[in-house]
Design a protein around this ligand. Structure first.
Ligand code: FUB
Length: 356
């Protein structure tokens, strides 16, 4: 198996590969050679760039992955996550879980977004039957995280951003979910660097603080989407409780919501999964409505190498798969690699905990 870096070491193998190393554009799309049997289950999907926050979907019979594109801009590390200073998105696809991975080059850049100032964080994507939509968080010119939407006729882009962010949107980590009746919901939110603590009753307070240990934990948000580009209703909070229907407190930080929402359905139940942030787990809660309430069920993924933990879950080839990231390759918190591993359900619908 030849990695892009080895190609670069050989310097002159092909103009296509050199273009990839130079972070060139879509027209220089790259097919990365990864024969089916060669990728170790714990290997990154790609090695020539850093990728994180994978949102996977099946479009046109292929697996498309919409990740953050991690990069080093030299921004110093701080508690707000300013060192996660991403400048564009690169979309990956593969025909099957172990198949070759295609990187289509830069699909969408920060400089193409009229309202955005910095930091393209974890995106997600949807297809409405005609067009593909990329939902993404970025800080606006005032430094407030908002969620934007961009569209394309192709799953790999290039995407064109709407001139304004989604009205009423805030914070980070959008997850777009299509229910069986065709309704789309956008889940979002992230505390700390994701600024969710600054939003109460959908009003912004720049002094909004993190909750104290004994206070109720901050809740993730959801809104129904219309026309793929607009909130159809005021943003709602999503209740996550223990099995006695008690909301978690901030001190329950190995169970309470932090960031990285994902929604999927299994056997008619809604599975809302998320990162616990400072305790570094991916956990899940289940419910009977896309709005919740959701009851906490357990851990999907124990902490991986690196501070952040982020995931998505899809079914492909008759099995379920967890896409996630870690920093094994770089050893640096903001330079992550996307990986995939099998996810298994028990007969009662609970999910078996994965430890990497
Ligand atoms: O990639 C930047 C941020 O790190 C994401 O938005 C969070 O979910 C965490 O993975």
């Amino acid at each position: 198996m030849l990695s892009i870096l080895r190609y670069c070491g050989l310097l002159i193998l092909s103009a296509t590969i050199v273009s990839a190393c130079n972070n060139q554009q879509k027209e220089n799309s790259v097919q990365i050679e990864k024969p089916v049997a060669a990728r170790h289950p714990d290997s990154p999907l790609v090695n020539h760039i850093y990728t994180a926050d994978p949102s996977a979907h099946i479009f046109n019979g292929k697996i498309f992955i919409y990740p953050s594109h991690d990069t080093s801009t030299g921004t110093p590390q701080n508690d707000n996550g300013d060192h996660f200073d991403m400048l564009d998105y690169r979309i990956l696809s593969m025909d099957s879980i172990n198949g070759a991975v295609t990187d289509y080059g830069s699909a969408f850049k920060l400089s193409d977004i009229p309202w955005a100032g910095r930091q393209l964080w974890a995106p997600d994507a949807a297809f409405d039957g005609t067009n593909y939509f990329l939902y993404f968080p970025a800080k606006d010119k005032q430094g407030i995280f908002r969620i934007g939407v961009a569209s394309s006729a192709h799953p790999e882009g290039p995407f064109v951003a709407e001139p304004e962010y989604i009205k009423g949107s805030y914070s980070i980590d959008p997850c777009i979910f299509k229910d069986d009746d065709g309704t789309y919901y956008l889940y979002f939110g992230g505390i700390w660097g994701g600024q969710l603590q600054r939003w109460n009753n959908n009003k912004y307070d720049s002094a909004g603080a993190l909750r104290k240990a004994e206070q109720d934990a901050i809740l993730p948000r959801v809104a129904k989407i219309k026309d793929m580009k607009t909130f159809a209703e005021p943003v709602r909070e999503i209740k996550i409780t223990d099995s006695s229907n008690n909301l978690f407190k901030e001190k329950d930080n190995d169970k309470r919501f932090f960031e990285a929402a994902w929604m999927h359905k299994y056997n008619g139940k809604y599975y809302f999964s998320y990162s616990t942030g400072d305790t570094h787990k991916i956990v899940y809660a289940t419910g009977d409505s896309p709005y919740g309430p959701f009851i906490y069920r357990g851990v999907i993924l124990n902490p991986v190498a690196g501070w952040t933990n982020h995931h998505s879950i899809i079914e492909s080839g008759g099995k379920w798969w967890l896409f996630y990231h870690d920093v094994v390759r770089s050893g640096q918190t903001h330079l992550r690699n996307v990986k995939v591993t099998e996810l298994k359900y028990n007969a009662d619908g609970t999910i078996q905990t994965i430890t990497k």
